[in-house]
Write a protein that binds this ligand. Structure first.
Ligand SMILES: NC(=O)c1ccc[n+]([C@@H]2O[C@H](COP(=O)([O-])OP(=O)(O)OC[C@H]3O[C@@H](n4cnc5c(N)ncnc54)[C@H](OP(=O)(O)O)[C@@H]3O)[C@@H](O)[C@H]2O)c1
Length: 274
């Protein structure tokens, strides 16, 4: 029996109501031998998945047999890596445009996916911008505050608002809002107002959402991924986004024991300072 048959879902396999949590299939062990495992296939929506960390989270999730709804900012701009994932995992990935700062765009994507009867087990709010980073208050263009909050804070709120009904139909659900230590108040420095303040607000949203969804056993985290080598992080960053992506997929698969009293954690599950 194939995984899709076992799953009771055909085609892209992302559709269906409540998924069967555990499936049997063979994987290879560390020595390349086939072993029979029981594992859960997790259906994950990732924003800003066209490149950078979002694309690496998609790659890590797919490599473990999970299914990905990859929301990209612009289809013509997706990275070669994302194009490769589309070719390699045709049955397990769906790639579509969604601008998280645009209410109509998010609504349209949700309607399209909900119309296909899709359910979700995880949402990764990854899309973000960092603008006017070096500006002090004297020189700061305040319109950058609005655009940053639109993408980095209201974007995740908009996505959660639209996609919660699909998440309610899933299993062992997890919401990961990708945050940043830039949002940590005790480490604040004299610039980077739009990005840092939008991430502090994202942390508060995550905390409140976590309270809201606690009784439904839907987990909510704001995850600081670390300084990574992406377009945003630059080439000098110490962390490989592939390593960070693996930690985030562990969180989505509920593989990590997380003891944090707050939603704001790093990608290994340790609490971050507020
Ligand atoms: N890199 C780091 O060192 C670092 C450190 C701490 C936290 N983070 C966080 O990690 C996450 C991923 O960052 P990254 O390093 O991968 O950054 P990145 O390379 O700049 O990627 C950001 C992604 O977000 C997309 N995006 C931007 N505006 C969007 C919008 N309005 N709607 C939909 N998608 C949009 C981008 O698409 P386009 O390129 O097509 O616009 C891109 O795919 C972000 O939340 C960031 O704040 C990164």
């Amino acid at each position: 029996m194939s995984r899709q048959e076992a799953d009771g879902r055909g085609g892209s396999g992302l559709s269906g109501g409540v998924a069967k949590a555990d499936l049997s299939y063979s994987e290879t062990d560390g020595k390349g031998r086939g072993v029979l495992c029981r594992r859960r296939i997790v259906r994950i929506l990732i924003t800003g998945a066209g490149q950078g960390l979002g694309c690496h989270i998609a790659a890590a999730a797919l490599a473990r047999g999970n299914k990905v709804l990859a929301a990209v900012h612009s289809l013509p701009r997706v990275s070669e890596e994302m194009q490769g994932l589309q070719g390699r995992y045709r049955e397990k990935i769906e790639v579509f445009e969604m601008d998280v700062s645009d209410e109509e765009s998010v609504r349209k994507a949700r309607k399209m996916l909900q119309g296909q009867g899709k359910a979700l087990d995880g949402i990764v709010n990854n899309a973000a911008i960092m603008v006017e980073r070096e500006k002090t208050i004297e020189d700061l263009d305040l319109s950058a505050m609005r655009s940053s909050f639109e993408v980095n804070t209201i974007g995740p709120m908009r996505v959660v608002q639209q996609f919660l009904p699909m998440l309610y139909r899933g299993n062992k659900q997890v919401i990961v809002n990708i945050s940043s230590e830039a949002g940590t108040i005790i480490n604040a420095f004299a610039t980077n107002y739009p990005y840092s303040m939008s991430k502090t607000a994202l942390n508060m949203f995550s905390e409140r959402l976590r309270e809201h969804l606690r009784e439904k056993d839907i987990r909510v985290y704001a995850v600081h991924p670390g300084w990574m080598r992406t377009n945003m992080g630059g080439v000098d960053a110490p962390a490989d986004p592939r390593d960070i992506a693996a930690g985030i997929v562990d969180i989505l698969e509920r593989k990590k024991k997380i003891y944090s009293k707050i939603a704001f954690i790093d990608s290994t599950g340790r609490p971050m300072p507020l």
